[in-house]
Structure formats: structure tokens, C-alpha cells
Design a protein. Structure first.
Length: 246
């Protein structure tokens, strides 16, 4: 579909059924990115990963990317002010009027509060409040470290593979486009351990926050990606969200 057609479809949805906003929560390496790519395509929503946005900024050496760099390298969270500003700018784009899928945001209570305000404002301007569905992908810490430390990402198309769980057919080359597969700079074991500790301290409390609001379902993130995706779809289906959504 042409970009302007996507935007028209997105606006039409927002005005008729209300926007749909899906959040994927889960520890680093839980499979948020792997599932988000499939789910966004299935639901016809833009996929927004704050980690990917920072990495794109970093690869272009923008002021935002350079400010985020040290935090990401140390496995710490980028300060809320920077993340919220970047996210608000992205979701105000026309393709997000019908909703969007968030991967890696929010990660703190102030980020969740900023998102709630932004959704309230979007609902007032569209005349229909957006629907929010939150899915927590649960994976035990031991498996997280194996998943993150074996991750390979295509430098050309962003496709995600794994040295052990989804090995490339040709060494070092993406199965999808043939581009170069790379490890992520923050996937060294000591940085993964730090990211996991930060997750438990700063992000895991959001699970209780959204559960108390009646918005959250948890799914088992173990098994192969297809099995996890089936659980995701079933969970959304139980909440009345269908593929194509309309
Ligand atoms: P971000 O890029 O969001 O990293 P993360 O949360 O640490 O999550 P990952 O991308 O590492 O894991 P994932 O859950 O997407 O797993 P994936 O699908 O790739 O953030 C990076 C940094 O940016 C942060 O540390 C922070 O500094 C900053 N940042 C970003 N957002 C921020 C925010 N909101 N606030 C503050 N700072 C922020 O899968 C991992 C591997 O496992 C892959 O190799 C995959 O092939 C494999 N795999 C996936 N599913 C399966 C399966 N079912 N079976 C077998 N293997 C699988
Ligand atoms: Mg990711």
C-alpha cells in the first residue's frame, strides 16, 4: 500500500473503531522484537521499538543518539525525558493515528504516565478513546542470557536470528535478504546481566501497574517463535482484537 493510503486507512480506523495500541513488555531478549515484527504485520500497525530508534539515531550520530550512547553501552536506561520526547514525536506521525505497537516502551512508571496522557489527548482529538492491550512475554532469566548473547541482527533489513536457535543457512548472512548479520554491541554477557538487573528493578513493576488496571495478559515466552506467536494471537483474540483489526 502507498504511504498516503496507509495514513488514510489509519485515520479511518481511528474515527470508526478507535485506535488500538499494543504494548509488549518483557525482559531484554524475551522475544519482544521477534514477536513485534510479526504481530505488527498481522494487525496492520506500525512497529515502534525505542531501542531501534536509539540505534538508528546512533548510526547517524545525531545529538539524540550520542546522548543515549553511554547509557545503552552500560546497559542502563536512557533518561525518561529523552525517551518520552522521542516517543511522542514518533507517535504523533500520521501513520500512528489508527494505533501502533510499542516494543520496549514504557520501561518506567513516568514513561507509562506520559503514555497515558498522550493516549488521553489522542482520544479527545479523535472523539473515540484508544484501546490499550498489554502483553508481558515471560521467559526465565537463564534462557534470557542465552537468547541475548546468541542474537544476530541483519544490518540491512533488521531481521533477527540466533546462533543456536535460528542459525543462518549461510554463515554470517541473513536468511531473508542476504545482508550481513551482526551481534548487538550491548549483547556481551556482562551488559546483558546489567540490563536484566535494570529490568527487574525499573521495568518489572509495570507488570503489576497494568495488571491492576485490568489491561495486562502474561504469556509464556518459551518454545519456538511460532508457538509464542500463537499464544499472543489467542490472548489478543480473547480480548476481542483480531488480525486486520477492523
Ligand atoms: P532494546 O533494544 O529495547 O533492548 P531490550 O529490551 O534489552 O530487548 P532486546 O531487543 O534485547 O530483546 P527482545 O525482547 O527484543 O528480544 P529479540 O526478539 O531480539 O533497548 C536497548 C537499550 O536502549 C536499553 O538497554 C536502553 O539503554 C535503551 N532503551 C530502549 N528503550 C528505552 C526506554 N523505553 N527507556 C529507557 N531506555 C530505553 O530476541 C532475542 C534473541 O532470542 C534473538 O536472537 C531471537 O532470534 C531469539 N529468540 C526470540 N524468540 C525466541 C524463541 N521463541 N525461541 C528461541 N529463540 C528466540
Ligand atoms: Mg528488541
Amino acid at each position: 500500500m502507498q504511504p498516503h493510503k496507509d495514513q488514510e486507512a489509519s485515520l479511518h480506523r481511528a474515527r470508526s473503531v478507535g485506535a488500538l495500541v499494543v504494548l509488549l513488555l518483557g525482559a531484554p531478549g524475551a522475544g519482544k522484537g521477534t514477536q513485534a515484527k510479526r504481530l505488527a504485520a498481522h494487525l496492520g500497525l506500525p512497529h515502534i521499538s525505542t531501542g531501534d530508534l536509539f540505534r538508528e539515531n546512533l548510526s547517524r550520530s545525531t545529538p539524540l543518539g550520542l546522548r543515549a550512547k553511554g547509557y545503552m553501552e552500560r546497559g542502563e536506561l536512557v533518561p525518561d525525558g529523552l525517551v518520552i520526547e522521542m516517543l511522542e514525536s514518533r507517535v504523533s506521525a500520521a501513520d500512528c493515528r489508527g494505533g501502533y505497537l510499542l516494543d520496549g516502551f514504557p520501561r518506567t512508571l513516568p514513561q507509562a504516565q506520559a503514555l497515558a496522557k498522550s493516549l488521553e489527548a489522542a482520544g479527545l482529538s479523535a472523539g473515540v478513546p484508544p484501546r490499550l492491550a498489554v502483553i508481558d512475554i515471560e521467559v526465565p532469566d537463564g534462557l534470557i542470557v542465552r537468547r541475548a548473547s546468541g542474537r544476530l541482527v541483519c544490518a540491512a533489513c533488521g531481521h533477527i536470528q540466533h546462533k543456536e536457535f535460528d542459525p543462518p543457512k549461510q554463515a554470517g548472512r541473513c536468511d531473508r535478504c542476504g545482508g550481513a548479520l551482526q551481534s548487538r554491541a550491548d549483547d556481551q554477557p556482562e551488559v546483558v546481566t546489567k540490563r536484566l538487573e535494570v529490568y527487574h528493578r525499573q521495568t518489572a513493576p509495570l507488570v503489576q501497574h497494568y495488571r491492576a488496571a485490568g489491561l495486562l495478559d502474561a504469556i509464556d515466552g518459551q518454545g519456538n517463535p511460532g508457538q509464542v506467536f500463537d499464544r499472543l494471537l489467542q490472548t489478543l483474540h480473547n480480548r476481542g482484537v483480531q488480525g486486520g483489526r477492523a
